[in-house]
Write a new protein. Structure first.
Length: 177
């Protein structure tokens, strides 16, 4: 988050050249986040099983959350890199990548309703869309697409413990158990 805020500050103060140089560090850091997220996303449920805290089925079901987060982050982050020379697209994709990573944090808030969870999770994107409406009189298509993708990915919470996904999750975890 510090890197994100620094990058936003650099652009806001018209120090784009420094923003681009620091962006190279950001790309490496994003790759590290993705790689470590994938490793920990698989390792954490395995540790819970080995500690006797979770059943294999619970671990297999849970696996969909971190793998989904990393797929979303990786997709949005990769697209942001590809569009780094188009600021109007790039900044919205970076925001979407950041929101994708917030899924676990928002999930720990234990909202009573999945709808409230979804609204809180997507609230940074909704705020950006409202800003666009106020300043540009329209919502950027990348924002709309990002919300649609994230909302569709949110539906994974309803299939995490389904027999079909648990079977897939077991197969993915089997080499580590």
């Amino acid at each position: 988050m510090v890197l994100l805020l620094a990058q936003v500050s650099l652009v806001a103060t018209e120090r784009v050249r420094l923003h681009r140089r620091l962006g190279q560090v950001g790309i490496a850091y994003g790759a590290l986040v993705l790689g470590s997220g994938l490793v920990v996303g698989v390792a954490a449920p395995v540790w819970h099983v080995h500690a006797g805290e979770w059943t294999v089925d619970r671990a297999a079901g849970f696996l969909l959350a971190p793998l989904g987060d990393m797929a979303l982050f990786g997709g949005f982050f990769g697209a942001a890199i590809a569009y780094r020379r188009r600021p109007e697209i790039h900044k919205r994709l970076i925001l979407a990548a950041t929101v994708a990573l917030a899924f676990a944090a928002v999930g720990r808030m234990a909202f009573a309703s999945p709808v409230v969870f979804l609204l809180v999770w997507l609230s940074p994107l909704f705020a950006a869309m409202a800003f666009d409406v106020c300043t540009r009189r329209r919502v950027h298509p990348v924002s709309v697409l990002s919300v649609a993708v994230l909302a569709a990915a949110f539906l994974r919470i309803f299939v995490m413990q389904s027999p079909g996904w648990v079977q897939i999750g077991r197969a993915l975890l089997l080499p580590f158990l």
